[in-house]
Design a protein around this ligand. Structure first.
Ligand SMILES: [Zn+2]
Length: 582
């Protein structure tokens, strides 16, 4: 038996066999039965949902030799020719692949001629918005005064691109993507009719991979039959699809629910043997958790069935834990690229989930129970997310897998500048104003540095090599040295630069200087005209010196002097740059 033709073999030949699109079928059937068939239909929607099939059944209905009806005979020469895709009065045009071809225009212009064999010419123009301009104009012209013997079926995935003049002349239908249950049902029906064994998981995976397109689903089914040699099981289909075997995900979830870390890592190791795409596994994980949550919170909804034991997991796991794990799966997937290796990133995500099981390691999993203080509902997912993030941070800080029932909202990872409150004014000396910014508990809480800044030269040297950047560098370069003693470095800052003295910049300065001196440094600023030289002033002075050296050197050059004296050349001010300047 030939397997590679299921989509064709099982293409519906009657409206009654069509899967989905009931609204379209009803409208067309009514029109055919009352004899009032509109001359142009527009089908919008994605690919593989039945446009060609509908067009062919429609063409048969119109042209069947036993008379126009919604249920063509399927046996006459006309019906057979249409089913075989070789009927001269059914013109199938794919505008996406024929945009530049001139004969599309001709084909459309030929609409005015009577059909060769049947009663009606039926045009099926796919991706009609992509017709060439010439063809489109021909179409518009025909649509303005459509001949009685012509029916147009247009299809597009992008109706926005169609002119209103076309839209207004068509009956428009939106073809729906098929849902997984519909595709699953059709695949199961075909497998039964073809006498092919398959387990439920395999069928579910194919239906999911079809992504709303029955045609894609059936060609995947063809492949799967060829791949497995005729007996479809979940593992083989997963291997073929390059997707994750759900039974593996089930095993991971069960190990997590049991709090069995050893089994969890063992399952991960087994997965690793297949060099899987770890991101897809986390996807499958999140999908499974989604179904479990739906089962928990909206029990009436069909969540499908495959190798994931949704029922059991839904009763074993607490709803808010499912939320948390879901978030961890998403975050883990996002962060895979940052992990030392994808596998370690994957394992770490699983271990994080293990760390947040509410029960201590070794304890058996419990039935759902209310959790005080942090009871979430699905609608509080953003809160759950925030909690999840906070708990994740707490977990990483703790490094211990045993996590308490409900960790307090994390006090960790507060911004570095937090300890620095608003700078307290220190009324040591009324004039000049003194602003004290002495970060008490920052990183150098060890001991005051023993090394002192001795003078302006030393200070400028420190500024040059302390490695500050951006605004903190500006602050350092605009500060002049005053004194250093008792762990306090006094600097002066001009009033116009006072804005640089923000707590976070001062903290960066303290850290950088502290690193240079090997100890804790507090910095106190006096606001007033700097008495010593600042790095900024020093740099400007050196720049000016280099500039005037360059200018005088240039002017003293004998060749330049000759040009000036003999030929009246003039040196343009500011046009000379020192050579060493980048
Ligand atoms: Zn017929």
């Amino acid at each position: 038996m030939s397997y590679l033709v299921l989509a064709r073999k099982w293409r519906p030949r009657r409206f009654a066999e069509l899967v989905g699109q009931e609204h379209v079928v009803r409208a067309l059937t009514n029109a055919l039965e009352t004899g009032r068939v509109h001359h142009a239909f527009l089908f919008t929607g994605t690919r593989g949902v039945g446009k060609t099939t509908i067009a062919r059944i429609f063409a048969k209905s119109l042209n069947c030799e036993r008379g126009t009806s919604a249920d063509p005979c399927g046996e006459c020469e006309t019906c057979k020719a249409i089913d075989a895709g070789r009927y001269i009065d059914l013109l199938e045009i794919d505008a996406a692949s024929n945009t530049g071809v001139d004969n599309v225009r001709e084909l459309i212009e030929n609409a005015q001629y009577m059909p060769s064999r049947g009663r009606y010419k039926v045009y099926l123009i796919d991706e009609v918005h992509m017709l060439s301009k010439a063809a489109f104009n021909a179409l518009l012209k025909t649509l303005e005064e459509p001949p009685e013997h012509v029916k147009f079926l247009f299809a597009t995935t992008d109706p926005e691109k169609l002119l209103v003049t076309v839209l207004s002349r068509c009956l428009q239908f939106n073809l729906k993507r098929l849902d997984e249950a519909q595709i699953r049902g059709q695949i199961a029906k075909i497998l039964a009719a073809e006498n092919i064994e398959a387990d439920e998981d395999a069928v579910a995976q194919l239906a999911k991979a079809a992504d709303g397109s029955l045609r894609d689903g059936l060609s995947l089914l063809d492949q799967a039959i060829a791949y497995t040699g005729g007996r479809l099981d979940g593992e083989a289909v997963a291997a073929m699809l390059g997707t994750v075997d759900r039974s593996r995900v089930q095993a991971l979830l069960a190990a997590l629910a049991d709090g069995d870390g050893a089994r969890l890592l063992d399952e991960a190791a087994q997965l690793a043997e297949f060099s899987p795409d770890w991101a897809s596994i986390l996807d499958a994980f999140a999908q499974a958790l989604h179904r479990i949550q739906v089962k928990q919170l909206v029990p009436g909804v069909d969540v499908g069935s495959d190798a994931i034991d949704v029922e059991t997991l839904a009763t074993r796991l607490r709803p808010e834990l499912v939320q948390l794990w879901y978030q961890m799966a998403l975050n883990g997937r996002r962060d895979l690229g940052y992990a030392p290796s994808p596998r370690s990133g994957f394992e770490m995500t699983l271990l994080r989930m293990l760390a947040f099981r509410p029960d201590a390691p070794g304890a058996q999993a419990t039935m759902p129970q209310p959790q005080p203080a942090t009871a979430h509902t699905a609608s509080q997912s953003s809160q759950a997310r925030a909690d999840a993030a906070a708990r994740a941070r707490a977990a990483m800080a703790e490094a211990a897998p045993a996590s308490p029932q409900a960790p307090p909202p994390a006090p960790v990872s507060a911004p570095i500048a937090a300890p620095v409150s608003a700078p307290a004014e220190m009324p040591i000396a009324p004039k000049p104003r003194v602003a004290d910014v002495a970060p008490a508990g920052h990183a150098y809480a060890s001991a005051a540095s023993t090394m002192l800044v001795t003078d302006t030269e030393h200070w400028l040297e420190l500024v040059a090599r302390c490695g500050l950047r951006g605004p903190a560098k500006l602050l350092a370069e605009n500060a002049a040295f005053l004194a250093h003693g008792d762990g306090v470095l006094k600097l002066s800052l001009a009033p116009e630069q006072e804005h640089l003295k923000s707590p976070s910049l001062v903290l960066q300065l303290c850290d950088a200087i502290g690193r240079q001196l090997g100890g804790d440094v507090q910095v106190r600023f006096e606001i007033g005209q700097p008495r010593g030289e600042t790095a900024n002033v020093r740099n400007a002075r050196e720049r000016d010196a280099r500039q005037s050296d360059a200018e005088s050197g240039f002017a003293a050059d004998p060749a330049i002097q000759r040009l000036v004296q003999a030929h009246g050349a003039q040196i343009v001010p500011d046009s000379i740059r020192p050579l060493d300047r980048s």
